[in-house]
Design a protein around this ligand. Structure first.
Ligand code: AMP
Ligand code: GLY
Length: 445
């Protein structure tokens, strides 16, 4: 790893403990910061990067986080959950600047009603037809307006990606839709019903300082557990990006449209709340027959998508973080190596339905390094001897980079064989066959 020199040693507080945070930690240390980490769970990769200067605790225990991080120049918050309940407000009140939005603007992810209504009110391009409901009144009529087979139901709050139900996938009749809405209301929730989109999804991750945004290479994630996009939804089984930072089915103009939507939402959210948006902003978009449409915002980097972009950042991540908190990203550059990337997630056998936890894993660190692959720990535990064992969630991401997607895929795939244990991964992620399927899908729209 090349460690770039910075004039004075910056001390950064990292909050979180997944593979996304391992990639963030690596980028901070690579670019000259010293690191402290506040984690919910032990991550061996982060522990090694922060040289043991870590604390395990609840990420929403703001007092504990603030007192642990009080000597840091800034904090970087990895996951959304502490952001939507105000960790940035709490840390800033204690004098720690935060790369991550305050509670007011974090509602872009925390409330789907807030996000869609904001786009609607400020006429931000990329929005779709939707309606908010607090009870069953009017749901039947709106199903008729959209057409039953074009209905998507979303609970309003954070659901860890498991709350969205799409007609034809999870809902198969009017009764299914009504039952699901009633379930949500029974839990005291509100919901939105929106039109179902058809197209290819992609992720655009940006750095935001309240006014300006800087983009990063477009990435495509794979939500389904098994090859050929079969099986249950997961947190994401792997992702890829291309050497030109676009996709064969996403043009420069499409990227411009997506960036424009993100920039306009940054301006609009400050108009609405009086609070500038500072941090990372993740746009999940779909390329449809009618152009680029917004699926959702996340107020953080993606997991696995952080592993596709942060390791190939050529400019300083520390300077970008400083630019975000100081509000001067205009003077900072974010440029990325012109390489393709493939991330394959290794998950415990049986994940996500019935994962085998507590199984030993053995990582051939030397083998991975001589192959040129990188690895990022996600969710692991330690046994009584201190050895790493699987937990119930994804275990680790393996990253391959290369001049072409085929090179990157070969490295990532070979890398997966250098981790031994009761694990599985999707062999098809990053392959030419799967990419062609995406291209054909867009052409058929
Ligand atoms: P979200 O939590 O909003 O990202 O939704 C999870 C997943 O559900 C998305 O990544 C899409 O695959 C799918 N999804 C969400 N909204 C829509 C929509 N309006 N049309 C089709 N699929 C959707
Ligand atoms: N890869 C999906 C997410 O980070 O939300």
């Amino acid at each position: 790893m090349i460690v770039r020199e910075v004039k004075t040693m910056t001390k950064a507080l990292l909050i979180g403990n997944g593979a996304r945070e391992h990639a963030i930690a690596e980028a901070l240390v690579r670019d000259g910061a010293s690191l402290k980490a506040f984690m919910n769970k032990y991550n061996p990769g982060i522990v090694s990067l922060c040289k043991g200067d870590y604390r395990i605790g609840k990420l929403d225990d703001f007092k504990h986080v603030s007192s642990f991080g009080k000597d840091c120049d800034f904090a970087v918050v990895g996951p959304e959950a502490p952001l939507v309940v105000g960790i940035a407000n709490a840390l800033e009140s204690s004098g720690i600047p935060v790369v991550g939005p305050k509670i007011e603007t974090a509602q872009l992810e925390g409330s789907k009603v807030f996000a869609r209504s904001l786009l609607d009110k400020y006429k931000v391009p990329g929005n779709i037809e939707f309606k908010t409901f607090e009870d069953m009144d009017g749901i039947d009529e709106f199903m008729d307006v959209l057409g039953l087979d074009r209905v998507v139901v979303k609970p309003d709050g954070l659901t860890g990606g498991k709350g969205v139900k799409v007609f034809g996938e999870h809902l198969h009749s009017k009764k299914d839709v009504i039952d699901y809405c009633q379930d949500i209301f029974a839990g005291n929730g509100r919901l939105i019903i929106e039109e179902k989109l058809d197209g290819e999804e992609f992720t655009l991750q940006t750095f935001v300082d309240g006014k300006d945004i800087l983009g990063s290479p477009i990435v495509q994630d794979h939500k389904r557990a098994y090859e050929g996009d079969e099986g249950p939804n997961t947190g994401g089984m792997g992702s890829y990006s291309m050497d030109d930072h676009l996709m064969p089915f996403i043009s420069k103009d499409d990227l411009k449209d997506a960036l424009n939507t993100m920039h306009e939402v940054v301006i609009s959210v400050e108009k609405e709340t009086g609070t500038p948006y500072k941090g990372f902003l993740y746009g999940q978009f779909m390329k449809t027959r009618d152009g680029i449409k917004l699926v959702e915002f996340n107020v953080r980097f993606g997991d696995p998508e952080a592993m596709n972009v942060l390791p190939i950042l050529e400019t300083s991540f520390v300077e970008i973080c400083q630019g975000i908190v100081e509000g001067n990203l205009r003077d900072v550059r974010a440029s990325f190596r012109k390489v393709a990337t493939v991330v394959k997630y290794l998950a415990p056998r049986g994940y996500p339905v019935n994962p085998v936890a507590g199984e030993p894993i053995e990582v051939d660190v030397g083998g991975l390094s001589s192959l040129g692959a990188r690895f990022y720990y996600a969710s692991v535990d330690r046994d009584e001897q201190g050895d790493i064992i699987t937990s119930t969630s994804r275990t680790m991401g393996i990253l391959g980079t290369g001049e072409t997607l085929a090179d990157a895929e070969r490295i990532a795939e070979k890398g997966t064989s250098m981790v031994k244990g009761k694990l599985f991964h999707r062999k098809d992620i990053g392959t030419a066959t799967l990419l062609q399927k995406r291209v054909d899908h867009v052409q058929s729209l």
